[in-house]
Design a protein around this ligand. Structure first.
Ligand SMILES: *[C@@H]1O[C@H](CO)[C@@H](O)[C@H](O)[C@H]1NC(C)=O
Ligand SMILES: *[C@@H]1O[C@H](CO)[C@@H](O)[C@H](O)[C@H]1NC(C)=O
Ligand SMILES: *[C@@H]1O[C@H](CO)[C@@H](O)[C@H](O)[C@H]1NC(C)=O
Ligand SMILES: *[C@@H]1O[C@H](CO)[C@@H](O)[C@H](O)[C@H]1NC(C)=O
Ligand SMILES: *[C@@H]1O[C@H](CO)[C@@H](O)[C@H](O)[C@H]1NC(C)=O
Ligand SMILES: *[C@@H]1O[C@H](CO)[C@@H](O)[C@H](O)[C@H]1NC(C)=O
Ligand SMILES: *[C@@H]1O[C@H](CO)[C@@H](O)[C@H](O)[C@H]1NC(C)=O
Length: 463
């Protein structure tokens, strides 16, 4: 190969010289022309061609083709010779020569080789393009000839955005478009057009792989987060986060978190608005100052809202009686307690310090039956006071303590009445039969006043 290249170059130089000298009109006074057919052929790189050198000179001799290309005599006849030239890789000039009446006659033609671009590629688009900002498309075209027939077209779907000639061997063509919402999902591509129609051939088109654009718009405002300021341990509260002016809202991602606890959010979108709702349940280990975080991500950008909240635990108040039902005269202890940092107040008397129980002791009397004890608990959470109340009722067993004496009195009374009735009956019976003795039963008479007195007095005491 090393020796071939100088040889070829040398040959080419010779032909060029030959063409220059011999084509100069009138020098040899040619009467007959040496035709080269076809004239100015265009063929694909590496292609082959049948070239016919012919003349009308009746005494033509030594008609031949002068070329550095590989050639093969196909056929010849009087005044003509046809050659098959192959492996034409570049533009070339071929020369036919012969002799007519002793004078040299020549003819020539240029050969144009065309080649499709080896690479037509649209540079990758940004993953997300902000709406309202310019996007520059880059198309790279490598190879392709003849360059004068090569044009690069940048397209949005089928719409031509830019059409430019490919000048350099490695041509880069750009176009700028203002990205809009309508460009979301649009396909962009790059097309090369090798226009060989003037040469009697076709328009040869190569198109790059399309690239899909994603555009987005985010508002400048942060999301609106609605969350409780205080959240009691083990209780649930709804949390919601809304952001409007988002495009495309359906592709936005929303994260809701309570501190580092990611909440299971349900995300819905309507128009340009996105809403995430979740239920926050604080764990015992999250007690203290926390943040509720709402995080909206779109187009690689993030908008965040944070709200401070305090997770607290509020145990109690637990109001307890040493005995819910106590006999009259017994000692009952009423105690009220609550969780740490909770101040309890039992029947108006506050406990010594927050977190401490409050207690009171009483000797029950019948007036304490049904008495309510009231305990209020107060917890200060981040400057706010939260209250909880509890009450309990005491039963004093005083009706029950008089039950036996009352019953005894009732039975005694009933017994006396029975005796009196029996004696009275007996008296009247004896009197009718004339057997009445006046003095005998007199000691029992004062007792007759007892029944009425006992019957009136006892029910009022029971009640
Ligand atoms: C070459 O051209 C001559 C003259 O036009 C013609 O007679 C001959 O058939 C041609 N040969 C071929 C192979 O086409
Ligand atoms: C976009 O580019 C055009 C020209 O290419 C320019 O006039 C316009 O101001 C640019 N717009 C933005 C938002 O950069
Ligand atoms: C999240 O919520 C959905 C619906 O509310 C439910 O089906 C799913 O099980 C939840 N996932 C977790 C991990 O809690
Ligand atoms: C915000 O969301 C991203 C994912 O989109 C996540 O990786 C990140 O941890 C979130 N930030 C907060 C503070 O929750
Ligand atoms: C209430 O007090 C009684 C007596 O002191 C005790 O036995 C009981 O466990 C207490 N109940 C509660 C719930 O504290
Ligand atoms: C309750 O009775 C006891 C004696 O039985 C007495 O020592 C105590 O002071 C009484 N307490 C009250 C609050 O009256
Ligand atoms: C608890 O009791 C206090 C004092 O009586 C009252 O102001 C408050 O409203 C009550 N709170 C509840 C939740 O019942």
């Amino acid at each position: 190969m090393a020796t071939m290249i100088p040889a070829v170059s040398w040959l080419r130089a010779c032909w060029t010289l030959l063409v220059c000298c011999l084509l100069t009109p009138g020098v040899q006074g040619q009467e007959f022309l040496l035709r080269v057919e076809p004239q100015n052929p265009v063929l694909p790189a590496g292609g082959s061609l049948l070239v016919n050198c012919s003349t009308d000179c009746p005494s033509a001799k030594q008609v031949t083709l002068e070329t550095s290309l590989s050639k093969e005599l196909v056929d010849n006849g009087t005044g003509w010779a046809a050659f098959w030239i192959s492996k034409v890789t570049g533009d070339n000039r071929i020369l036919c020569s012969g002799y007519c009446n002793g004078s040299q006659i020549i003819g020539s033609t240029g050969i144009t080789v065309y080649r499709l671009p080896e690479r037509v590629e649209l540079a990758p688009l940004p993953p997300w393009q902000p709406v309202g900002q310019n996007l520059t498309l880059h198309c790279q075209v490598e190879g392709g000839s003849p360059r004068t027939s090569l044009t690069v077209v940048l397209l949005r779907w089928e719409e031509e955005l830019s059409r430019q000639p490919a000048v350099e061997e490695l041509a880069e063509v750009t176009a700028t478009v203002l990205a809009g919402r309508g460009d979301h999902g649009a396909h962009f591509s790059c097309r090369t057009e090798l226009d060989l129609r003037p040469q009697g051939l076709r328009l040869l088109v190569n198109t790059s792989a399309p690239r899909r654009l994603r555009t987005f718009a985010l508002p400048v405002t942060p999301p609106r987060l609605v969350a409780p300021r205080f959240l009691e341990v083990e209780t649930s509260w709804p949390v919601d986060c809304t952001l409007d002016g988002l495009f495309p809202a359906s592709e936005a991602q929303v994260h809701l978190a309570l501190g580092d606890q990611v909440l299971n959010a349900t995300v819905t979108n309507h128009g340009d608005m996105i809403t995430a709702t979740a239920t926050a349940t604080a764990r015992a280990d999250q007690e203290g100052a926390r943040q509720m975080i709402c995080n909206v991500t779109l187009g690689g950008e993030r908008l965040e809202a944070r709200e401070n909240l305090t997770v607290f635990s509020f145990l109690g108040p637990i109001l307890n009686l040493s005995e819910p039902s106590a006999p009259e005269g017994s000692t009952v202890i009423v105690s009220c307690m609550a969780g740490a940092r909770v101040q309890v107040t039992l029947d108006g008397v506050p406990a010594a310090a927050p977190g401490q129980p409050a207690q009171l002791q009483l000797n029950t009397t019948e007036n304490d039956n049904g008495r309510s004890f009231f305990c209020s608990a107060t917890l200060e959470v981040d400057g706010e006071f939260l209250h909880r109340n509890s009450s309990v009722q005491l039963r004093v067993l005083s009706g029950n303590s008089h039950f036996v004496p009352v019953l005894l009195a009732v039975f005694t009374t009933l017994g006396v009445v029975t005796v009196v009735v029996a004696l009275t009956y007996d008296f009247w019976a004896r009197k009718r039969r004339g057997l009445y003795h006046v003095r005998q039963e007199s000691p029992s008479l004062p007792l007759t006043s007892m029944p009425t007195e006992a019957m009136n007095e006892e029910p009022s005491r029971v009640e």
